[in-house]
Design a protein around this ligand. Structure first.
Ligand code: EPZ
Length: 419
């Protein structure tokens, strides 16, 4: 297993290109199940999770090829609408094939994703919505079996208990080929949901309100293949913004959508970080003392849970106290014990971690099991005295394209060590 060896190395300076959004690309690739023919997806990040999704689509009979950041998929009728445990266990986002398969074939057998390091992460809302649309759902032997007795889903009004991101995406994808109108109430408003709505409409669907909390979908008879470029990754961008601020550097992020970063920008500015739009990019700069700042994660447009760990590292060397509350996942503080081993002072009480700022962190060998927690440990290594080894780098490779190749040109002293 690879690790990253990092020497604390002063302020990051320069510019860094931001890749396409992982959490937009994954549901978009699944949408290729909805229409036969040649699809082309551009600005797709070259990530482990994207390759895993490609393998899953290939097992169902689609052809998948990726050249740099362009993915070509030839959609064709799948033999079996089946997603095996072997692939789903590697990536819970595999559950995103469920909506398209049931929409297109009236049935699907998909392994339950199971929990993961950050929480139980059930899919009850996904299944409740499909049942409302006329599907029969049965759980057995770790699989969810979905059948539509009438053969075709029917539009319904669905009120989600929680604005689940992939739940909204699954149900939107299911509804585009259903008979009649579907209304999703309390839908997730993340930019990646809005992007999927845009993509589905380009394929001939009739989706209105994606990106708001009420989405209305008029079912159509068939969809067409599509050529589409994926939006930038706001979480990758946020991670580099936190790194620039934590190292007291001055970095220009190229190719971001600033509107997707408002909640993060507000908290960075509250802490004393300079955050400025610059053309198609954003400039982040900090120097000297930063202020301890409280954060509570919330569904979009609130502060994103996927930025909680990275913001916490920034607070570790701010002046004063910060209260960081995680409301989305029940176990998303796994970076805390690792940061405390590096000299941070963080105390967890239920869903709130209280950070007391310290002047410096000390390098150590650290490990996390959550993609974003791992990224936060890389940031910690950049600002620590001495050497930090971040183990199990495959977690990072799931969500960050060539993280060491993007940080080195900014002045970071970071190398990948293959075990
Ligand atoms: C998406 O996961 C993202 N993944 C996550 O990013 C992100 O952290 C999360 O949304 C929240 O923003 C992808 O888009 C592929 P949820 P998702 O359904 O859809 C509960 C990353 O780092 N819930 O919005 O799985 C659930 O347990 C990943 O890129 C139910 O109870 O998140 C959780 O506590 C990590 N029942 C909360 O809602 C359901 O049916 C949020 O889940 C669905 C969800």
């Amino acid at each position: 297993m690879d690790s990253l060896r990092i020497q604390g190395s002063g302020p990051l300076r320069g510019s860094v290109p931001i890749s396409g959004a992982k959490n937009a690309a994954l549901p978009i690739l699944c949408a290729a199940l909805l229409a036969d023919g040649e699809h082309c997806f551009r600005n797709v990040p070259a990530l482990r999770d994207v390759r895993t999704m490609g393998r899953l689509l290939e097992t169902m009979g689609l052809s998948f090829s990726m050249e740099k950041n362009t993915v070509d998929i030839v959609g064709r009728p799948v033999g079996e609408p089946y997603a095996p445990y072997e692939l789903v266990k590697q990536m819970r986002a595999s559950v995103l094939v469920l909506g398209p398969l049931v929409a297109r074939y009236g049935r699907a057998k998909v392994s339950l994703p199971g929990g993961c390091a950050i929480g139980a992460r059930p899919i009850d809302q996904h299944l409740k919505g499909l049942e409302a649309m006329g599907a029969r759902v049965e759980l057995s032997a770790g699989y969810v079996n979905v059948e539509v007795p009438k053969g075709r889903l029917e539009g319904a009004e669905i009120v989600l208990d929680f604005p689940t991101v992939t739940g909204t995406e699954n149900l939107m994808s299911a509804a585009v080929l259903a008979k009649g109108r579907t209304t999703l109430v309390n839908a997730a408003r993340e930019p990646e949901v809005e992007e999927l709505g845009r993509l589905l409409n380009k394929m001939g669907a009739r989706v209105e309100g994606a990106g708001t909390d009420v989405i209305v979908i008029e079912g159509v008879e068939a969809l067409e293949p599509v050529d589409h470029a994926v939006i930038p990754d706001r979480i990758e961008a946020g991670t580099y913004m936190a790194a620039a601020a934590a190292t007291r550097g001055d970095v220009l992020l190229e190719g971001v959508t600033f509107d997707h970063l408002e909640a993060l920008a507000a908290k960075l500015r509250a802490a004393g970080v300079v955050v400025e739009r610059e053309g198609e990019g954003v400039r982040v700069a900090a120097s000297g003392e930063l202020r301890g700042t409280n954060v509570t994660t919330l569904p979009h447009p609130g502060f994103p849970t996927d930025m909680q760990a990275q913001f916490m590292v920034l607070m570790c060397t701010a002046t004063g106290r910060s209260a960081i509350t995680e409301t989305i996942f029940e176990n998303r503080f796994m970076h805390v014990p690792e940061l405390n081993r590096m000299g941070a002072i963080i105390d967890i009480n239920g869903r709130t971690a209280t950070v007391e700022g310290v002047p410096k962190l000390q390098g150590a060998s650290v490990m996390a099991t959550d993609l974003r927690a791992s990224a936060s440990l890389v940031i910690a290594g950049l600002i620590a005295e001495g050497t930090t080894n971040v183990l199990r780098v495959y977690h990072i490779d799931r969500g960050y394209e060539r993280i060491e190749d993007k940080l080195s040109p900014l002045g970071a002293n970071i190398v990948r060590v293959s075990e």
